[in-house]
Design a binder for this molecule. Structure first.
Ligand code: HEM
Length: 424
């Protein structure tokens, strides 16, 4: 039997509650639904009853927005950058007037295209091949140092550690300071209500921390710009024709983009893969019996996890979609998490099945001109992680419920206690 963990929420109290609400009260941007992983029946209703749905202003602190929840509608929006702009932001929050971080994920052509081209070589197939032995060595070492027969937090010991190491390598960042990268990434995506902020003015606190980040990177930039060009990202940005003259905020914006892009997403897929394997022992048995399934298991995990739940677009003109008129200037959330559960496109979408016929048929990396630059790097890290896990451990048990990130944007885990049983 296939046991998806979503099934818990799809059949229980959460489902009954979601089905009792009037349509206009289904607020899928409510952080609490994400923290408790109970958003699925809300999406099920939107997909079936109102797939292009206008939310009232009180559903988000920055006002009204549309939810697009079906796979094919999401695809239509994501691939139409003429009608749907990525400016001024790709999250529902509007940019702060005095503190905007320009980054190419939130830019339209032609600027987007030029900046994207400058950083793409870091994830070229050739560079990935060069990186593979390094990634494997680091993963092997991290796994070899894990405790056996006692509980530990997988998120901190493995997922954060490995993705942070990867970033430090991509930036050629001082090794001993690498956890700063994790911290900055967390600050950049945290909700103002997050417990990570200690003052009563979290927004100013976040800005101060990010200024520290830009100062640190400015120092690295100055070092690299005066040295010979090298293969790391900072050197690429410092020497690239399109990026050489970036102002300070634009530089910070693109760094944060790469830190967040390469960090949270892969980290949460690593944790999600362990959770999915634990909750689906039949799939785990399949994987151990046939390790050639690892690449498709990785894709299935990325679909099932959907580490970024949505991307926002802003209509550049009036557009018809699903029988509705989206007006110029309206905000549109493309809910990848919902499209990945669209039963009209993906068979049995709430189940975790590692040998699907078309495992890469998912929306988690987006589509169109902004499709994830790092998708092959993310898949590579996950593939190697599982190749190395299979060589070492019979299984990894998850103890209790993981703590989920309270965010409607980043779908992930703050902590996940696990135990690796000793081999008999
Ligand atoms: C499982 C892991 C990952 C997921 C699920 C993911 C997801 C996404 C998504 C949804 C987008 C936006 C797509 C769109 O708007 O159509 C995106 C863009 C991007 N991602 Fe990823 N990502 C992952 C890993 C990475 C890694 C490892 C890196 C960096 C090395 C990275 C760097 C970027 C960048 C730079 C963009 C902006 C692309 C553009 O605007 O042209 N991502 N990613």
């Amino acid at each position: 039997m296939v046991m998806a963990d979503d099934a818990v929420n799809l059949s229980g109290e959460a489902r009954a509650k979601a089905f009792a609400l009037p349509l206009e009260d289904l607020n899928v941007a409510d952080v609490e639904l994400w923290r408790t992983d109970s958003v699925w029946p809300y999406f099920e209703r939107l997909r079936n009853e109102d797939p292009v749905h206008l939310h009232p202003p009180e559903h988000h602190r920055d006002g009204a927005f549309w939810s697009v929840t079906r796979f094919n509608d999401i695809m239509a929006v994501d691939t139409d950058h003429e009608a749907f702009s990525s400016e001024p932001a790709i999250i529902l929050d509007d940019p702060d007037e005095d503190f905007t971080l320009p980054m190419f994920i939130a830019m339209d052509p032609p600027k987007h295209d030029v900046q994207r081209k400058t950083v793409s070589p870091i994830v070229s197939p050739q560079n990935l091949e060069t990186l593979e032995p390094l990634i494997r060595g680091r993963i092997a070492k991290t796994l070899d140092e894990l405790p056996i027969g006692e509980p530990f937090d997988w998120v901190d010991r493995v997922s954060i550690e490995l993705t942070t190491q990867m970033l430090a390598t991509l930036f050629d960042f001082p090794w001993e300071d690498r956890r700063k990268l994790t911290f900055w990434s967390d600050v950049a995506t945290a909700e103002p209500t997050s417990p990570m902020f200690t003052s009563d003015d979290p927004e100013t606190e976040a800005k101060m921390i990010l200024f520290e980040c830009v100062e640190y990177f400015t120092r690295l930039w100055n070092e690299r710009v005066n040295a010979e060009p090298k293969g790391d990202l900072i050197s690429m940005l410092a020497h690239g024709e399109a990026t050489r003259n970036m102002d300070r905020m634009e530089y910070l914006g693109n760094l944060i983009l790469l830190i967040v892009g390469g960090n949270d997403t892969t980290r949460n897929t690593m944790s999600g893969s362990v959770l999915a394997m634990h909750r689906n022992p039949d799939q785990r048995a399949k994987l151990y019996a046939d390790p050639s399934l690892i690449p498709s298991m990785v894709s299935e995990t990325i679909r099932w996890q959907t580490p970024l739940s949505y991307m926002r677009r802003t209509a550049k003109r009036d557009v018809e979609l699903g029988g509705k008129t989206i007006r110029k200037g309206d905000k549109v959330a493309m809910w990848y998490a919902s499209g990945n559960r669209d039963e009209t496109v993906i068979e049995n979408p709430n189940a975790y099945i590692i040998d699907r016929e078309r495992p890469r048929q998912h929306l988690s990396f987006g589509f169109g001109i902004h499709r994830c630059v790092g998708n092959r790097l993310a898949e590579l890290q996950l593939r190697i992680l599982w190749e190395e896990i299979l060589q070492r451990f019979e299984r990894i048990d998850v103890i209790g419920e993981p703590a989920r990130v309270p965010s409607a944007f980043v779908r992930g885990y703050e902590a996940m206690q696990v135990m690796i049983p000793a081999r008999l």
